[in-house]
Design a protein around this ligand. Structure first.
Ligand code: SF4
Length: 697
């Protein structure tokens, strides 16, 4: 690492990985990123984790797509069979004109036969353009992205009960709290910079309550660690709320002023005694009582959650409980209080805000509302489109199998790795008669493509992104895309033009200006302002840096009142039995990101964590006769994989933890596609599994 004179340029931007949204300085020498360091952004104050600091050289990997590609007439049958370093057997290089014409010819005029997956890795402008392309171009709402696989159930509960899908307080607000709950999240691995604020909070004497079926590093900092049974969230949370009601610890004044349906919630909670619920959740009644007293006694309390809460068939119910817990204790709308689902990808908040979901236009405005649709079509200068909610990620794949959807445009998503029961998704992709994939590598999904459009990494593009804190930040190009690769917004515009749409954008700033017309969340936030500062929405004046805490004076719901929605205990869909006696749960590791397309090509990160692995308790390994580092076979009703096993005391003896970034042992071959009925999110966190010693291990 040298000083600034060793670099040709330094560019300020935002980390490409998680929803924390750390600001970075990208140092470039000879056209290549050589070094990344944290700068003073509102979410990171100079800090970075290993991914942001070292995970950048994937940008220059020799697998980068540098030319548009078209499937060869003599290519082998579609399947997961392309070597990304030797793709010439399947594809041929094409000019942009040829590739865009081929892409558009397979899409235009096909209406309901087309569906689109956009990306939370792209900018807000690119997400906005993508949903507009499907809605304006094909007149329906079958457009979605990976929020469906992470926090869709949290968003559905928040919109239902609080009136807004975003966090009510930034994670940095923990510095004003005295008690915080972290449930179903492993921030030290998945939101590492946010975790540094959580650790500092405990050093100042804050009480941290960690709830997770898997042990985790944050446990060392916790006042209470509740390692509850997988899938038992509702029973545990209802028991805690039962104690708050029973002992009169709720905030009646707040409930009267700002909520509705309290009597029903109170009545509902009567049956959930800690003694009864402890048999289901595995946490003793006294601990449940102590946690209830600590949280209810907080002067300012926050609740953070992650995919351990959302990725269940009862994910919406889990979030409803967390919302009820915050409401009954009056812990929303004041400094140091609030609800914070820790968002996963760098721009999953922004992509959802920009309308990249099948039920909402930008700013969560319903597609079913005639007035909302006409406000958008007026700006777009287009005809009306369907008032029916569109299909979600997994529903789109089902509809491909049903023969209704025949063509897809996939930008930056990788359903051939990320969908549950992934062979079902792979078969659907193979069945499409036209698949356009826009990405930076030949991903597993691009294996099935008819046309591949070479796109840009985040450090090669211009635009805005919105992090988990609702902070809108500018990203800037530090290097140029390799070869003929182009920024995603440019590709979208060119494709739209060839599909007959009268798009004339020449810069992302023009897209941002159009977004502002119908997005009140962007009021007082301008492209120029973002050149010099990050702004948290809502921003109340042109100089207001934004509201870190919202809903202090009521909620964006009828009469300004948030709602209690009682939740019942629902068993996981795929319960263990004699054939599949253990529980499989999936997740991320610190070094790897989602389907691995970027981090497995980042030399430091892949060097640290090069091999597909799962984690098992020492007693389980002993029973299986497998040494740590030996191999096991994991089998569910969907499929089977062999994988290296690590010894990990954090995993319960009847559990196996499986990261999902490794194509050679793809976790989603095993996962259950059953979905939450509201958020439509799959139950990635619970599958019944058989674990055996691998043959020859
Ligand atoms: Fe990037 Fe998230 Fe790490 Fe920050 S915490 S450096 S945003 S991966």
């Amino acid at each position: 690492v040298g000083d600034s004179k060793d670099f040709d340029s330094e560019t300020e931007s935002v980390c490409a990985f998680c929803g924390v949204g750390c600001q970075i300085s990208i140092k470039v020498k000879d056209g290549k990123v050589k070094y990344v360091e944290g700068i003073n952004g509102p979410a990171n104050e100079g800090r970075l984790c290993v991914k942001g600091r070292f995970g950048y050289d994937y940008i220059h990997h020799n697998h980068r797509l540098t030319k548009p590609l078209i499937r060869r007439d003599d290519a082998p049958a579609k399947g997961l069979n392309v070597d990304p370093g030797n793709w010439q057997t399947h594809f041929r290089e094409a000019t942009w004109d040829e590739a865009l014409d081929a892409a558009a010819n397979g899409l235009k005029g096909r209406g309901r036969e087309v569906a689109g997956f956009g990306s939370a890795k792209c900018t807000n402008e690119e997400a906005y353009l993508f949903q507009k392309f499907i809605r304006e171009g094909f007149k329906h709402n079958n457009v979605d992205h990976c929020t469906r696989l992470c926090h869709a159930s949290s968003v559905s509960a928040l919109i239902e009960n609080v009136g807004s899908g975003a966090v009510t307080a930034t994670f940095n607000e923990i510095e004003n709290a005295d008690v915080a709950i972290v449930i179903g999240a492993n921030p030290i691995e998945n939101h590492p910079v946010a975790a540094t604020y959580f650790k500092q909070f405990t050093k100042r004497g804050g009480k941290l309550i960690v709830m997770d079926p898997r042990g985790q590093a944050l446990k060392r900092f916790a006042t209470h660690m509740l390692q509850f049974r997988p899938g038992a969230d509702v029973s545990m949370l209802n028991a805690i709320m039962h104690v708050i009601v029973e002992e009169g610890l709720y905030d009646q004044q707040y409930i009267d002023a700002y909520t509705e349906n309290w009597d029903a919630e109170k009545e509902h909670l009567k049956n959930f005694t800690p003694e009864k619920m402890s048999e289901i959740c595995g946490i003793d009644a006294e601990t449940l009582r102590a946690v209830a007293r600590d949280f209810a006694g907080a002067k300012a309390g926050m609740i953070f959650w992650g995919m351990g809460v959302s990725q269940h068939i009862h994910g919406t119910d889990n979030s409803r409980c967390l919302i009820s817990l915050a409401l009954m204790t009056g812990q929303v709308g004041r400094p140091g209080s609030g609800l914070h689902p820790l968002r996963g990808q760098n721009n999953v908040q922004g992509a959802s805000d920009a309308g990249l979901v099948p039920m909402f236009l930008p700013d969560y405005q319903s597609v079913m509302d005639d007035g909302v649709r006409s406000a958008f079509t007026e700006v777009w200068g287009s005809d009306d489109f369907s008032a029916e909610k569109g299909l979600t990620v997994t529903e789109i794949m089902d509809d491909v199998h049903a023969g209704n959807i025949k063509a897809m445009y996939v930008l930056g998503e990788n359903p051939a790795m990320s969908d549950p029961d992934v062979e079902h998704a792979r078969d659907a992709l193979a069945k499409l008669d036209h698949l356009v994939v826009q990405d930076i590598f030949i991903t597993e999904t691009a294996n099935y493509a008819d046309v591949i459009l070479p796109a840009s990494a985040l450090y090669e593009k211009s635009g805005t992104v919105s992090n988990t804190n609702r902070q809108v930040q500018r990203v800037r190009p530090a290097v140029t895309p390799p070869g003929d690769a182009r920024e995603d917004w440019w590709i979208e515009v060119e494709l739209a033009k060839r599909c007959g749409l009268p798009w004339t954008y020449t810069d992302p700033s023009e897209v941002f200006a159009e977004m502002k017309v119908n997005m009140r969340s962007l009021d007082n936030i301008t492209w120029d302002r973002l050149a010099t500062e990050a702004v948290t929405y809502p921003s109340l004046t042109p100089t207001d840096p934004g509201q870190a805490v919202v809903f202090g004076d009521g909620f964006p719901r009828p009469e300004g009142r948030a709602r209690f929605t009682p939740a019942n205990v629902i068993a996981p869909d795929d319960t263990p039995d004699a054939d599949y006696p253990m529980i499989l749960t999936t997740g991320r590791q610190l070094e790897h990101w989602h389907t691995g397309s970027m981090t497995r090509r980042a030399s430091v990160l892949d060097g640290l964590e090069p091999e597909a692995n799962c984690s098992l308790h020492p007693s389980t390994l002993r029973k299986l006769g497998v040494e740590p580092g030996g191999h096991v076979r994991l089998t569910t009703k969907r499929g089977s994989i062999e994988i290296m096993a690590r010894m990990d005391r954090a995993v319960a003896p009847d559990m196996v933890f499986l990261p999902f970034a490794f194509v050679e042992a793809a976790a989603n071959i095993l996962t259950n596609p059953a979905i939450d009925p509201y958020g439509k999110i799959p139950e990635f966190k619970f599958s019944a599994v058989k674990v055996e010693k691998a043959e020859g291990a």
